[in-house]
Design a protein around this ligand. Structure first.
Ligand code: PA5
Length: 426
């Protein structure tokens, strides 16, 4: 399964010396006694999730399959990043599937929105709007424009089938609007915050509508829930990762670069950045989460990592088996001098790039590297890594005496923006 290796991490403390602290926090997580404990619904979600609602998602996806040439997913932050991470990781960036996915409601960019509306105008569209509050401005505005587009294209009656809302069970403007218009709704549980919500309808419904096997996702999540239900540091890699982060920060590293070697994991990095950044970055504490895709970014950020300010460490996620592979063809003229790689697989070459980079950054660059490997980029692995990172994040934050589940800081820009927009009452 998923493995963690701290042997390239330059850790100056023994991970095992944190055992008693980890045991204490493990209890806080599982007994739900820590700060923000009313948002720990993800912890036993593998047992408590609504099986009827799950079946409803599967059957809706089946029913809409032939109508969904383009799935438009409207949401931002925790109501967006997980679905994108999953779909890109599992299906790749240019999948051989009938349905295309477009993400909106995560920007105010007028050019982006205009191009999306033009791009989808002649396609058969299904729209999934996702917002717990229903009042998030980026999402609500995009939804208003898309609703107008959908009603003009299909009429109000057909919109009842083609527009699906994922929102609060009973409260909020989106729930009220959906009930009024007759849209189908799915629930964002009250006790699971946005960045922990990918394993609820927030992430699962877009995945299902894209043809992804969400049962396998939930099986992975459930397997991790059982396998990681131990406070024993020697048997819990998620906790070993959390402790390694803690040790490295004590050693003065305040930035973590999450590195992958697969472009289809770029959105997973964005999801990871929100999870760690929003959970940990408060009270003047936390490690700045950054990300890169190698070898692409070795030709840009690589210089900084190798020889720049020694402020960061890398967490490198590798994949044991790629989804697809190619081998290098022979060129009898060897015009490009690449024949020394004839017959080699691209994935093997990618692995040598990883090994060479690890050595460069570790040995001459003096940059600590934490290594995570995942077996593949399939559904089960995605579900598994969600629980793994949720648990690691909760452990990290509680060790720093931080509430992992709130995000008071994100309100500040909103207040200023509302004032400038002339929002009533602001
Ligand atoms: O993690 C979070 O809570 C945020 O990123 C929210 O998910 C995001 O702001 C969207 O909020 P809402 O679902 O209410 O539209």
């Amino acid at each position: 399964m998923m493995k963690f290796d701290a042997s390239h991490g330059f850790l100056k403390e023994d991970i095992a010396s944190y055992q008693s602290e980890v045991t204490k926090v493990h209890k806080m997580i599982h007994e739900k006694t820590g700060a923000g404990n009313d948002f720990l619904g993800w912890e036993n979600w593998a047992e408590t999730y609504d099986k009827e609602e799950f079946a409803r998602m599967v059957s809706l996806a089946e029913k809409l399959k032939d109508k969904t040439e383009c799935l438009v997913v409207c949401g931002i932050g925790g109501s967006y990043l997980g679905a994108r991470a999953a779909i890109e990781m599992i299906q790749g960036l240019y999948p051989n599937t009938r349905t295309e996915v477009v993400f909106v409601g995560n920007t105010f960019s007028s050019t982006y929105m205009s191009q999306v509306l033009e791009h989808i105008k002649d396609k058969s569209v299904v729209l999934n709007v996702i917002s717990k509050s229903g009042t998030t401005t980026e999402t609500a505005l995009a939804f208003r424009m898309l609703r107008e587009f959908m009603e003009q294209k299909y009429g109000k009656e057909e919109c009842k089938e083609r527009i699906i809302a994922t929102t609060d069970k009973s409260r909020g403007t989106l729930k009220a609007l959906s009930d009024k218009e007759g849209y189908q709704t799915f629930v964002i549980p009250n006790d699971i915050g946005g960045r922990y919500s990918v394993i609820t309808p927030v992430g699962l419904l877009p995945m299902a509508l894209m043809g992804i096997d969400i049962s396998a996702v939930m099986q992975g999540f459930t397997d991790a829930y059982h396998e990681l239900n131990t406070d024993d540091l020697s048997g819990n890699d998620a906790y070993r990762y959390a402790v390694s982060r803690r040790i490295l920060q004590k050693q003065g590293y305040n930035a973590e670069m999450f590195v992958t070697y697969e472009p289809q994991l770029r959105s997973l990095s964005e999801w990871w950045k929100q999870l760690l950044g929003e959970s940990e970055g408060k009270d003047g504490k936390g490690i700045l989460p950054d990300s890169a895709v190698f070898s692409t970014d070795l030709h840009s950020l690589g210089q900084f990592i190798q020889q720049g300010n020694k402020m960061l460490y890398e967490t490198v996620m590798t994949v044991d088996t790629p989804t697809l592979d190619q081998s290098v063809p022979n060129d009898p003229d060897n015009a490009d001098g690449m024949n020394y790689l004839t017959g080699k697989s691209l994935d093997w070459i990618n692995r040598q790039a990883f090994a060479g980079t690890l050595e460069a950054h570790e040995v001459s660059g003096n940059v600590p590297n934490l290594l995570i490997s995942i077996p593949d980029m399939k559904e089960h692995t995605f579900g598994y890594l969600c629980y793994w990172f949720f648990l690691a994040t909760a452990m990290t934050c509680y060790m720093l005496d931080i509430n992992p589940f709130n995000q008071p800081g994100v309100e500040v820009y909103k207040k200023n923006m509302f004032r400038l927009l002339g929002k009533p009452g602001c």
